[in-house]
Design a protein around this ligand. Structure first.
Ligand code: MGD
Ligand code: MGD
Ligand code: SF4
Ligand code: MO
Length: 692
C-alpha cells in the first residue's frame, strides 16, 4: 500500500535574492517533489531549475549520513565512520585544549550555504564568541556594496521588486537576473511588455544582456567612471530634481565638482565604450520619470566596488527618481528586516567584550591567514578551523594558497556538510548536517521584503544533525555552562526579529509560523520624501563618516588593481581581464555534484573574443591553460562575441575535483580587498591564455 502523501511548507535556503517559498511533497518520510508556492507573491509558484531538483539533492546517494574521521593524508578525502559521541568528544577535546592556551587560534569559517538565521550564525557564533575564538569578517560577496549603501542611504535599502514591472526604463547593472534573480526578471519582462526599455550594463553579453534592448559592454571595474560620466551630463544639461536635491541630499556641491572631472569623453575612454553611448544613456535616464536601476553584486567585485556603488546610488537622488515607486534603485533590500543580530549571535559572550573583542580575520584572505606562522601583529597561528555553510577550498580566492593552508598537518579541521566537497576532503572530522527540509529556520530576503519561516518537512536523513544541534553537542562535550548555547532552534528563531518594530506590525512568531511569510510594511516609494537612514537622514553624496575614517568622502572612480591603468607592468604580462560569474545551473559551488545540473553545464568553459583567440592561435573548442602568477586552470574555449575584446569569462563555481584538471577559476583570483567593506575582488584579475 502506498504511504499517504503530505505537504509541507519550506523556504529556499540559498544565497539568492529571490528567497522563494516552497511546497514540499512528502511520502513515506521522503521528499519526493519541491515546487514554488503559488500563494507567495514574490515566488508566484515558480522555482528555478536548480532548486526544482532540491529533493534529488536531499536524497542524493552521496549525502553524508554519519560522522567521520580522517584516515588518509590531508586532502585525500579518506574517512571512516564514527559515532556522534566519539565525534563530539574528539572535537571538544581538541578545541578545549587550544581554547585554554590561545582561543584566537580557533577560527570559524562560514558563509551562506543557508541564509537562515538559525542554521546560519546563531548557536555557532554564540559558541565561538564564548570561546573567545577569532572572529570571521564575512565579506566574500556583498560587503563592498553593503558599505557603499550604508554610506549613501544608511543601510541596504531599496525599491520593491514588484514595482519594477511599472518602470519605463530599467538599467540592469552588473546583474544577470536570468541566472541569479529569476523572479526579478519576470518583473522586468512585464515592464518590457508595457513598453519599458531594458539596458544591460555588463562587460559580458550574459543570458540577460542578450535579451535587453541595449547592451553596454564596458571594461570590468569601470562602473564608477560610467556613473560619474552620466552625472556630468545630468548636471551639464540640467536634468536634475533641484527640489529633491535640496531637501533630501547632502553634499551636492562636492559631488558636482567630482562629476565635472568626468566629462563623457574621459569616462568613455576609461570604460572602453563610445562617448555618445554615455551621453544617450544619461539623457534617457534623466528624462524618464520611472527610471529604475537593478544593481547587483557582479559590479562590486573589483577594487573600486564600494565607490562605484556609491556613485550609482547617487543617480536616483539627483533626478528625483525616488519620487515614483517604479523609480529608484535596488541593490539589496535586506536592511528593511528588523533583525536582532545581537540576540542571535551574542557578541557580548566574548571574554573581552566590548573593549577588547577577539581578532578579526577577513574570510577573503583565508589562504594567507592559514599559512601565517603567527606573530605579534597577526596574533597566534591558526590551529583549528571549523567550516560550516561554506566550501572555501572551491570558492575562496587564490585557491592554491587556500589549499596549502588546509593541507597543514598541524591544522585541526572540522567540516559540517551535506556532501564531501573540496573542503571536506581536508577535514579531520567531517560531520553530517541537515538540509533545509530537515530543520527549522527563519529568513529575511535581500531581493524582496518578506520575512519567512521554514518548517522541517522530513526527519533528518541518516544521522545528520542541524548545525545548531552539532554546536550544542560540541559545547556540551566541552562542559561550557553558558545557557544561551543550549537554546532550542525555536527559541533562537523567535529571537531573530524585533517583533515590536512597526514594519512587523501585527506579526508574531506564531502568525509567521502559521502563515509561512509576512510582508514588511515598507512604504511603496520608500524615499519619496527622503527618510534615509544616514546620520543626516539624507542621501549622503558627501559622507562625513568616510572623511572621519580617512577615506574619500565623495564617490570617485578607482581603476582596478589589475588593469592597464592600475598596474601597467602586470597588464603587459597578463593582458586579459578574467571574470568568473555564476553559471546558471550552479549556486556558487552548490549543485555542482547534482549530475543532471552538472551535465547541463557540461565542462568548464572559457568564453573568448575572436580577436583575442586569433592573436593566440586558439580555435573554438580548444583546451586552453589560463594562468597568472597565482596559478592556472584549464578550460574549453568558446570563441564568441559575448566577451568583449580583452575579456575572458569562465562561468563558475566548479568543484575542483569534478573538473578534468582538478582546478577551478579561483586558482587565478586574488586575495586583494575592495576600497570599502573589505570585499573580495574576484573580477579584478588579469590572466594570459594559451593552448594547452
Ligand atoms: N544561478 C545562480 N544564481 C545565483 C548564484 C549562482 O551561483 N548561480 N549566486 C548567488 C549569489 S551568492 C550572488 S552574490 C548573486 C550574484 O549575482 P549577481 O549579483 O547578478 O552577480 P554576478 O552573477 O556575479 O554578476 C552579474 C553580472 O555582472 C557582470 N560583471 C562582472 N564584472 C562586472 C563589472 O565590473 N561591471 C559590470 N557592470 N558588470 C560586471 C557579469 O558578467 C555578470 O553577468 O547571485 C545569486 N544567485
Ligand atoms: N571565482 C569566483 N568565486 C566566487 C564567486 C564568483 O563569482 N567567482 N562568488 C563568490 C560569492 S558571491 C559567494 S556568496 C561565495 C559563496 O561561497 P559559499 O557560501 O561557500 O557557497 P557554496 O559554494 O554554495 O557553499 C556552501 C556550502 O554550504 C553547504 N551547506 C548548505 N546548507 C548547509 C547547512 O545547513 N549546514 C551545513 N553545515 N552546510 C550547509 C553546502 O552543501 C555547500 O557546500 O563564493 C564566492 N566565490
Ligand atoms: S535559488 Fe533563488 S530562484 Fe532558485 S528557488 Fe532559491 S530563491 Fe528561488
Ligand atoms: Mo554571493
Amino acid at each position: 500500500m502506498n504511504a499517504p502523501v503530505e505537504f509541507a511548507r519550506a523556504v529556499c535556503p540559498h544565497d539568492c535574492p529571490d528567497t522563494c517559498a516552497m511546497r514540499v511533497t512528502v511520502q513515506g518520510g521522503r521528499a519526493i517533489k519541491v515546487v514554488g508556492d503559488p500563494d507567495h507573491p514574490p515566488t508566484q509558484g515558480v522555482l528555478c531549475t536548480k532548486v526544482s531538483r532540491y529533493a534529488d539533492r536531499v536524497h542524493h546517494p552521496r549525502r553524508l549520513t554519519t560522522p567521520m574521521r580522517r584516515v588518509g593524508p590531508k586532502g585525500e578525502g579518506r574517512f571512516e565512520p564514527i559515532s556522534w559521541d566519539e565525534a563530539l568528544h574528539l572535537a571538544g577535546e581538541r578545541l578545549s585544549e587550544i581554547a585554554a592556551r590561545a582561543p584566537e587560534a580557533i577560527l570559524p569559517y562560514s558563509y551562506a550555504g543557508t541564509m537562515g538565521f538559525v542554521q546560519g550564525d546563531s548557536i555557532a557564533q554564540r559558541f565561538f564568541h564564548k570561546l573567545g575564538a577569532s572572529q570571521l569578517d564575512r565579506t566574500i560577496c556583498a560587503a563592498a556594496g553593503a558599505a557603499g549603501l550604508k554610506y549613501t542611504y544608511g543601510a541596504s535599502l531599496g525599491m520593491h521588486t514588484e514595482f519594477f514591472a511599472e518602470s519605463e526604463l530599467i538599467l540592469i547593472w552588473g546583474a544577470n537576473p536570468i541566472a541569479s534573480n529569476l523572479h526579478f526578471w519576470t518583473r522586468a519582462q512585464e515592464a518590457k511588455r508595457n513598453g519599458a526599455r531594458l539596458i544591460a550594463i555588463d562587460p559580458y553579453r550574459s543570458l540577460t544582456a542578450e535579451k535587453c534592448h541595449q547592451h553596454i559592454a564596458l571594461r570590468p571595474g569601470t562602473d564608477g567612471a560610467l556613473a560619474l560620466g552620466m552625472m556630468h551630463v545630468l548636471i551639464a544639461e540640467e536634468m536634475l530634481d533641484r527640489a529633491y536635491i535640496a531637501d533630501h541630499t547632502l553634499g551636492f556641491e562636492q559631488l558636482n565638482a567630482r562629476a565635472l572631472a568626468y566629462p563623457p569623453s574621459r569616462a568613455a575612454q576609461i570604460c572602453g565604450i563610445e562617448e555618445q553611448v554615455i551621453v544617450d544613456l544619461a539623457r534617457l535616464y534623466g528624462r524618464t520619470k520611472k527610471a529604475a536601476i537593478r544593481l547587483n553584486y557582479g559590479m562590486q567585485r573589483v577594487r573600486g566596488g564600494g565607490n562605484a556603488v556609491r556613485a550609482i546610488a547617487c543617480l536616483p537622488s539627483l533626478t528625483g527618481a525616488w519620487r515614483e515607486r517604479a523609480g529608484g534603485m535596488l541593490l539589496s533590500s535586506s536592511g528593511w528586516a528588523p533583525v536582532d543580530s545581537h540576540a542571535l549571535s551574542r557578541p557580548d559572550l566574548m571574554p573581552g567584550w566590548p573593549s577588547q573583542p577577539a581578532r578579526v580575520i577577513n574570510m577573503n584572505a583565508i589562504g594567507d591567514a592559514l599559512c601565517h606562522p603567527g606573530d605579534a601583529t597577526f596574533g597566534p597561528k591558526i590551529e583549528a578551523i571549523v567550516v560550516y555553510n561554506s566550501n572555501p577550498v572551491a570558492v575562496a580566492p587564490d585557491s592554491a594558497r587556500v589549499a596549502s593552508g588546509f593541507a597543514r598537518e598541524d591544522l585541526f579541521t572540522i567540516v559540517l556538510e551535506h556532501f564531501q566537497t573540496d573542503t571536506a576532503d581536508y577535514a579531520d572530522l567531517l560531520l553530517p548536517a541537515t538540509t533545509q527540509l530537515e530543520h527549522l529556520d527563519i529568513h529575511k530576503s535581500y531581493g524582496h521584503t518578506h520575512v519567512m519561516v521554514n518548517l522541517p518537512a522530513i526527519a533528518p536523513v541518516g544521522e545528520a544533525r542541524p548545525n545548531t544541534e552539532i554546536f550544542r553537542g560540541i559545547a556540551r562535550s566541552m562542559n561550557l555552562d553558558e545557557p544561551a548555547l543550549y537554546d532550542s532552534d525555536e527559541t533562537v528563531a523567535k529571537s531573530a526579529l524585533r517583533w515590536n518594530d512597526p514594519l512587523l506590525e501585527g506579526v508574531t512568531w506564531d502568525t509567521l509560523k502559521r502563515d509561512g511569510w509576512a510582508k514588511l510594511k515598507v512604504s511603496d516609494a520608500p524615499f519619496a520624501n527622503g527618510g534615509f537612514r544616514t546620520p543626516s537622514g539624507k542621501c549622503e553624496f558627501f559622507s562625513e563618516r568616510l572623511a572621519q575614517a580617512g577615506l574619500e568622502p565623495v564617490p570617485d572612480y578607482l581603476p582596478p588593481y589589475e588593469s592597464a591603468d592600475g598596474s601597467p607592468d602586470l597588464a603587459e604580462r597578463y593582458p586579459l581581464a578574467m571574470i568568473s560569474p555564476p553559471a546558471r545551473n550552479f549556486l556558487n559551488s552548490t549543485f555542482v555534484n547534482v549530475d543532471s545540473l552538472r551535465a547541463t553545464e557540461g565542462e568548464p568553459h572559457l568564453d573568448m573574443h575572436p580577436a583575442d583567440a586569433c592573436e593566440r592561435g586558439i580555435n573554438d573548442g580548444d583546451q586552453v591553460r589560463i594562468f597568472n602568477d597565482r596559478g592556472s586552470m584549464q578550460a574549453r574555449v568558446r570563441v564568441t562575441g559575448k566577451s568583449r575584446e580583452g575579456l575572458v569569462v569562465g562561468l563558475s563555481i566548479w568543484w575542483k575535483k569534478l573538473a578534468p584538471d582538478g582546478r577551478n577559476a579561483n586558482e587565478v583570483t586574488s586575495q586583494a580587498l575592495t576600497d570599502l567593506g573589505g570585499s573580495a575582488t574576484f573580477y579584478d584579475c588579469l590572466v594570459e591564455v594559451e593552448r594547452a
